[in-house]
Write a protein that binds this ligand. Structure first.
Ligand code: FE2
Length: 318
């Protein structure tokens, strides 16, 4: 986020002019009334000889230099603020919308800064809405292609969100996990449909193709600026706690937290729903399997939280 500081120009201009005037008066009065003692003793400070003498010339010269310095500083101040606004407009023109000009006051430059902020915000919202529409279309396309993905992603997102809330994660992290859970299998759009819907066990070659879906999904999402962290979560949602997952060998807490949460939610949802190659199992049996695989496949802390959450809903496994 780019932050520029702007101050009310009229106020600054007024105070600078006041300072210049006071500075000039001070310098003149200072040189007139603090002239060498012998002159002060011998002559009145406002006598014609002093007013027309070298002291008055010096006083005006010093006051002039002081005023010129103040004007230079004021001009530099305006120039710097204007260049900040110009840079913000250039950023807008180049498509970088993370602009936040800080506004202090109600002068013309502050108004311009406020309008730039509003424009950046509106363009950013429009771009996000457009990207979300594209993502929604991708999800619809995937659901049409893979019948078993239907409602799977939204249920995984629901479970993952509950786990994240139980972990007291901040809102921005919950947002990322929710998005990643909805999109975690989006990469399956790049896998041939007959393989996705094959009722028989997959061959090794077919499994290798399926294992590419986190990479494909991460690539699709990586191009969306405000979902860059979501891309990383998607990439590792099939990582295992012991490091034997795919596509990389990340293990333990090196695996993004969102990926570890989605791994549990995804497995639970998959086990408790019917797939082409097997029937669903009960909640209690799914919990037993998750518990058996804690510390090998899943993060044991997340399994403990999940069991606690769902024990309240369905009761503890027998
Ligand atoms: Fe997956």
């Amino acid at each position: 986020m780019v932050t520029h500081y702007l101050f009310p120009l009229r106020t600054k201009f007024f105070y600078t002019c006041m300072f210049c005037c006071l500075f000039s008066l001070f310098m003149i009065a200072s040189l007139l009334f603090h002239a060498p003692a012998d002159i002060l003793i011998q002559q009145s400070p406002v006598s014609s000889s002093l007013l027309s003498g070298e002291y008055l010339v010096t006083a005006f010269a010093v006051a002039g230099i002081g005023s010129a310095l103040c004007c230079y500083l004021l001009a530099r101040y305006f120039s710097r603020r204007l260049s900040l606004v110009q840079r913000a407009i250039q950023q807008l023109a180049s498509g970088k919308l993370d602009i936040d000009l800080e506004i202090d006051g109600s002068d013309e430059l502050s108004l311009l800064a406020s309008q730039i902020n509003q424009l950046a915000c509106r363009l950013s919202n429009e771009r996000e809405n457009m990207l979300l529409s594209v993502i929604e279309s991708l999800i619809n396309a995937l659901e049409a292609k893979d019948t078993y993905t239907y409602s799977h992603s939204s249920e995984v997102a629901d479970i993952a969100l509950h786990i994240g809330q139980a972990l007291h994660l901040p809102d921005d992290q919950l947002f990322q996990i929710n998005f990643a859970a909805i999109l975690h299998d989006i990469g399956k759009i790049g896998i041939p449909t007959p393989i996705l819907n094959k009722p028989e066990p997959l061959t090794d070659e077919e499994w290798d193709m399926i294992k590419q879906h986190p990479v494909i999904g991460a690539r699709i999402i990586a191009g969306i600026p405000f979902l860059s962290h979501v891309s990383d979560i998607i990439l590792h949602h099939h990582a295992r706690w012991d490091g034997t997952g795919y596509p990389s060998s990340l293990a333990g807490t090196d695996i993004p937290l969102g990926s570890r949460i989605i791994a549990v939610a995804d497995s639970y949802q998959a086990m408790t729903s019917t797939r082409p190659y097997r029937e669903s199992i009960s909640h209690q049996e799914a919990i037993r399997q998750l518990t058996r695989n804690a510390a090998t496949q899943f993060d044991p802390d997340i399994i403990a939280i999940f069991i606690k959450l769902y024990a309240n809903k369905y009761g503890s496994p027998a």
